[in-house]
Structure formats: structure tokens, C-alpha cells
Write a protein that binds this ligand. Structure first.
Ligand code: TXA
Ligand code: MG
Length: 329
């Protein structure tokens, strides 16, 4: 199949197929990816919007469908460490982290190999590439069937809440992408933790694998980015306002004020939805984006959110909530 669209002019009028999580659905999804089409697929973190990472037009299609600012480099998804070695240089630190945590919700930034064949749109012209080996069985099967590196940001319009169900993907991108492989709910619920291992390991984004777990495995504290500068992309490409619902957000709310809708955590009174009544951070992470989606109706003007402990997965939850609450451009 040849490219039949100019990526820059993708109109929101193509037919988006919902593919079942069976052998046929996987084969169709893999064939579409190999043909340069855009396919959303479930990982254990969030749904990704996949495209052939070697194909400039296909990758440009991701940016067009999401309306994503083009300075953000994309994560490349592969089925295992051996496949990663074909595009990136895997040093001793990466080797050890891969053995401990792949497949799983950890993305490593590595030096890209000269013969990687990756589109420059994926790396945004950097000498490094972010790679991830997802654990979700459907993602594994798809990546093996496609047998190509798959670039995939979260499958939502840029700046909106990340999708943890196929229906969320359809709400945001129907008519702009070719297919969604429906794998039900994502088990983890926030994006992967991103670690730059081109030098001393540095945490670029808190996520589904807690920083404390990585620090315990490495036996040393992680380097961290300097504090966020509002609405300036930091190293590289994270806007402060991100993951935003239409409603306003008020964080660390002890109780809802008049007119607010409370998203609870722990045994709080008056919550419309509760991320985890038992104050379980794993459960809260898995519920985060789905509950924000559910509460984000035109009638809701402000979502108040209970305090979330700032350790383990709570760090990733607070990172996403802080971005969602940040002033919008
Ligand atoms: O869980 C996830 O990671 C999801 C699922 C779909 O796998 N994917 C995801 O991808 O969140 P994306 O494209 O939204 O994440 C891209 C982020 C960039 O904003 C940037 O912070 C970082 O990954 N990144 C990508 N390439 C990088 C590089 N070469 N150096 C530093 N950071 C990089
Ligand atoms: Mg995203």
C-alpha cells in the first residue's frame, strides 16, 4: 500500500477501524503499520498512537493527527532488547536496567546507532533515541508481528488527557487515524518512566516505574532535571500545561468547595469518584486518566482532587495532575 495521504493535510474524515484483540486484529494492525498507516494500540501504561518509526510520512502523520508541537521527540517501541540493539547503543547501565525492568513501563534514552534507519522526526534531530519495550501481551504480539520499530506517543490530541481505554482514543482521534486495536483497560495507567542513560542516569519523566525502585536497583540516587520552567519545553519537550481536561483542577483539596466536583483519594467524604478508597497508589494510577475523562463533562467546571502522597507512583500522579492544573496557553 502506498501512502495515500499528505500527512500535513490529514482531514478528520477517514474511517477509523476498531480492531479486535485477536489474531486477525493483530495481523491487520501489523499490516497497517508496515504500510505507513496510523494505528493506536494498548500498552500497559496508556494507549500509544503507532507509526513506522523509519517512515517520515508516517511519523509526520502522528504529529498531524495529534496536532503535536513538533519539537517533542517520540518514544520508539520494540519487542525486546535484541531489537533495541538494532537502533541504539546499549551500554552496561542500560543492559542492567533492561534485564531488571524490560518488558515494562521504563523508557531509556540511549545513543542512536548511525545505521538505525529512524526518521529524523522521531529523534527530533537529537543523537539519542528514547526506546521502550512494553509488557502488555497485545503490544508484544503487535510489535513482533509488525517487526519494525514503532514510534508511539500517547494516543490523544496534544495537551489532552492520555487514553487508557480504546473508547478514549476514539473520542479524541476518530476520523484522524486508521485503526485502534482494542485491548481494554491499561493496567498501569500513566506513561512510562523516562530515564536518560547516556550519562549518569537522569530521571526525565516520573512514570509507571517508581524512581525509588530504579534507585534501589542502581544503588544510587538518580540525577533529576532542574525544576520546571512554566510553559517552556524542558530537556526536551515537556510543556507544563499538558494532560488537561476542559474543567479546571484544584489540587490538594481537603474538601470540595461549593460547585466543585471532588475526585477523592483515600477515605474522604463527598467524592463523586475516588481514585482509591484504600489509598492504594497502584489502583489510583490505573484509575487516574479514566476518572479524569469521566468527570470532564461540560457541567463540571472545577475538579477538586484530594492530596496524593508524593512518593512511589504518587510522584507520577502528582506530575500529571500538576500539569493538568497548570495555566493554559
Ligand atoms: O508510556 C509511554 O511512554 C507512552 C506509551 C504509548 O508507550 N508513550 C509516550 O510517548 O508517552 P511520548 O512520545 O508521549 O513521550 C515522549 C517523551 C518526550 O516528551 C520526551 O520527554 C521524551 O519522551 N523523549 C523522547 N525522545 C527523547 C530523547 N531522545 N531524549 C530525551 N527525551 C526524549
Ligand atoms: Mg502524551
Amino acid at each position: 500500500m502506498a501512502h495515500n495521504q499528505d500527512a500535513a493535510s490529514q482531514s478528520p474524515d477517514r474511517k477509523t477501524r476498531m480492531l479486535a484483540p485477536d489474531a486477525e486484529g493483530i495481523n491487520v494492525a501489523a499490516a497497517l503499520l508496515r504500510a505507513g498507516s496510523l494505528v493506536a494500540f494498548p500498552t500497559e501504561t496508556v494507549y500509544g498512537l503507532g507509526a513506522d518509526a523509519r517512515d517520515d510520512a508516517a511519523v509526520a502523520g502522528i504529529y498531524a493527527a495529534k496536532a503535536r508541537p513538533s519539537f517533542n521527540p517520540l518514544i520508539v517501541h520494540l519487542p525486546d532488547l535484541d531489537a533495541v540493539r538494532t537502533i541504539a547503543q546499549v551500554g552496561p547501565a542500560a543492559e542492567a536496567l533492561a534485564a531488571a525492568f524490560w518488558p515494562g513501563p521504563l523508557t531509556l534514552v540511549l545513543p542512536v546507532t548511525p545505521a538505525s534507519g529512524l526518521s529524523r522526526l522521531v529523534t527530533a534531530g537529537l543523537e539519542t533515541v528514547a526506546v521502550r519495550v512494553p509488557a502488555a501481551p497485545l503490544a508484544q504480539e503487535l510489535l513482533r508481528a509488525a517487526a519494525i520499530p514503532v514510534a508511539a506517543p500517547s494516543a490523544n490530541p496534544s495537551g489532552r488527557i492520555s487514553p487508557t481505554h480504546a473508547a478514549h482514543v476514539m473520542q479524541g482521534l476518530e476520523g484522524r487515524i486508521d485503526a485502534v486495536l482494542d485491548g481494554g483497560a491499561c493496567a498501569v495507567g500513566v506513561e512510562s518512566t523516562i530515564l536518560d542513560v547516556t550519562g549518569p542516569p537522569m530521571l526525565l519523566r516520573p512514570g509507571g516505574l517508581p524512581a525509588e525502585v530504579l534507585e534501589a536497583a542502581l544503588g544510587a540516587p538518580l540525577a533529576r532535571l532542574p525544576d520546571h520552567q512554566p510553559d517552556r519545553p524542558s530537556a526536551p519537550g515537556q510543556l507544563t500545561s499538558h494532560y488537561a481536561p476542559n474543567a479546571r483542577l484544584r489540587l490538594n483539596a481537603q474538601a470540595p468547595r461549593t460547585g466543585e466536583t471532588l475526585l477523592g483519594f483515600g477515605p474522604v467524604e463527598g467524592a463523586v469518584l475516588n481514585l482509591s478508597r484504600n489509598a492504594d497508589l497502584v489502583e489510583a494510577t490505573a484509575n487516574l486518566f479514566a476518572m479524569l475523562h469521566k468527570l470532564d463533562t461540560p457541567e463540571v467546571t472545577t475538579i477538586a482532587v484530594s492530596p496524593i502522597p508524593d512518593h512511589g507512583l504518587g510522584t507520577a500522579i502528582n506530575d500529571r495532575l500538576t500539569r493538568a492544573a497548570a495555566p493554559r496557553a
